[in-house]
Design a protein around this ligand. Sequence first.
Ligand SMILES: [Zn+2]
Length: 151
Amino acid sequence: MNCDEIQESLSLYADNGLRPEARSDCYGHLEVCPVCRAHLEELRAIRRALTTLSRPLPPPDLIPSINQALVAEAEAQKLRSRATLVDLINDFALEWLQPRAMRYAFSSLASVLLFVSAGHIFVFNQIVVRMRMTWWWWRMFSVMARLHWLT
Ligand SMILES: [Zn+2]
């Protein structure tokens, strides 16, 4: 392993996170390379300095402000869900009452009325034709009967 590869794995080496053979390779390189040994020492010094830092405390109003933001978000979600339901009902009503839908309904009704009235006209016409034929036969019968009585 060269110095770049060793220096990339120095953090894992310091944390004892390398596999045993990689760790022994790294250890062997550190025995003979003062540059990588200096990097390792610098890394350990930084870590020691970090452990001496005091743990930062959150500002005292952080938890109340988070709670306040959560309550406000919950209220906003409630309002949004109500608005969404109202919008859904409104959209449904608008869709139902659209002129397009009413036009289709009227044209369907007009088709049904036309079909029914055409059927009635046909039936009425048949009745008229039969009545005329009956009248014609009655006239023929009466003419024949008159001729028969006259002779
Ligand atoms: Zn090295």
